[in-house]
Design a protein around this ligand. Sequence first.
Ligand code: 6R9
Length: 660
Amino acid sequence: MSAIESVLQESRVFSPSAETVAGAVISGMDAYHALAAEAERDYDGFWAKLARETLSWHKPFTKVLDESNAPFYTWFEDGELNASYNSLDRHVEAGRGDRTAIIFEADDGTVTHVTYQDLLQRVSRFANALKRRGVKKGDRVVIYMPMSIEGVVAMQACARIGAPHSVVFGGFSSKSLNERLVDVGAVALVTADEQMRGGKALPLKRIADEALAMGGCEGVKSVIVYRRTGGDIEWHPERDAWMDELAQNESDRCEPEWVGAEHPLFVLYTSGSTGKPKGVQHSTGGYLLWAAQTMKWTFDWKPSDIFWCTADIGWVTGHTYITYGPLALGATQVMFEGVPTYPDGGRFWSTIEKHKVSIFYTAPTAIRSLIKIAEADQKVHPKSYDLSSLRILGTVGEPINPQAWVWYYENVGGSRCPIVDTWWQTETGGHMISPMPGATPLVPGSCTLPVPGIQAAIVDETGQDVPNGQGGILVIKRPWPGMLRTIWGDPERFKKSYFPAELGGKLYLAGDGSVRDKETGYFTIMGRIDDVLNVSGHRLGTMEIESALVANPIVAEAAVVGRPDETTGEAVVAFVVLKRPCPEGEEAVKLASELRAWVAKEIGPIAKPKDIRFGENLPKTRSGKIMRRLLRSLAKGEAITQDVSTLENPAILEQLAQAR
Ligand code: 6R9
């Protein structure tokens, strides 16, 4: 039975306990429905009230949603605020400066506590340092850093001076970093000498130097380096500066730059269905409201909680549920530098035990890989740790199969903690479809119902609603505060990608297929409907990987598809035609490993194909189109039952069935 079939047949229901319901932010389904009804009655009024309650405004807004230039919607447009003020100053001003903001757990287990007061001072110093190096409101700063307090400081300092940041995940290659520096037009780059993961030091500064040397980003005048390991690096004195040295000379006070609510807070690149990553641009006011409000609702967050989101700050989950959501609420959170398997597969569980984590948010891939390890070795099984501090669990990034869900529920949550399976995207800013832990009865594998106020629906190719029980295209029917505002530098692509004319131009197209349950109306996500793969919760464009492969001088042609994978959700399979005769035996194995390393260098290790298959050609229709559905079957090892009568070269199928 496939994962999707098993989700669709899932009928077990796990309802929150009376105790969980009683103290909850959204307490019971009636409360959930009441919020949704309130939003329905007065959409503007609903969000305006939350925006006033949840955020501190320097200048109050008088306008709420403006649809006059659709789909370039604006929210709270004439209001002014600062995201860093909302994340730090206001908690200190309210007398909560001594509260721990971040409990940093380093790769080697060293723990550092930072209070809100400390964090405010560090952010202010660094913001002053950026200003001294000429960074102004509206300038873009690229951040290429490890998981670190300094990473959060860099992001918050940019927000403080109104300079949109663009964080590039530390696993990306110099070429990917260069593309992003060029596209966003960065004036400064913040990086680290090295990063530590699983006991190993990995170079960041060296990759950053390479990226800058590739050209096109001469606007980058400053490279600011966080000293993480003290490892050897090259130094360009006219351009490079140490983060700690710069900050030492600065005042720990820095007046926040008040910006309009629509001022871009950040640009974050994500894969789309063409070769070029999209710079998803988020606003300050609407985004911050979304981060804080969903943190409160979906995680049922209370001041007494210790929150832990295991995502990296290089992804949207790290932006919303590390840098902005928790800090905007004044929460205490754990931030983790390392990997879940170092020093052993019990690292997540020992860290929960050590810091008494009460809300734990991670990815299905991590759970699936830890299940294998725990089942093989009882010592690192979650049952060998005291996890009684936990009260809520969450997942994000990809569908979770019911088996993994139930294991997580029983073994990590002790059959006590609701699991919030949160569906959302880089573009949505925060959670969109998710259970509310003190209300929604849970069905394993379903992300259940929309966040209050969100109108999610399933439509056909023409934009018409389809009945429950029938699969279709997932759309959002009304603009929401946390939505992306545009694609950096490419408003046309924004319109075409997310508000396509074929669906009428008014529906937000998420790019996922979904189905709603006939009785409950619960949503189940069936995966991407475009050429985007989801490997371990990371979005990868098939075209991006294909372009990387054909950039290799020996490659003539390449096609990339996904194949279901037990651990990573999907795996990358590449079909490659070389400019030389089709290799066989050891030669093929050697070339496949060279091409894998090539892709790692071009994009980053996460994009490495798991399988590479060589052929004299690719299966094509007579009009020259690559038949991807055939490639998908080949990748899965399925017998070809499809009609291949339109295929130009049927003999090729046998050759491509061999994996390397
Ligand atoms: C937050 C994040 C977005 C894509 C999205 C979908 C998949 C995310 C999911 C899920 C099933 C969930 N996705 N959450 N699929 N259930 N709970 O992951 O953003 O990196 O932009 O990826 O991830 O396919 O379209 P992003």
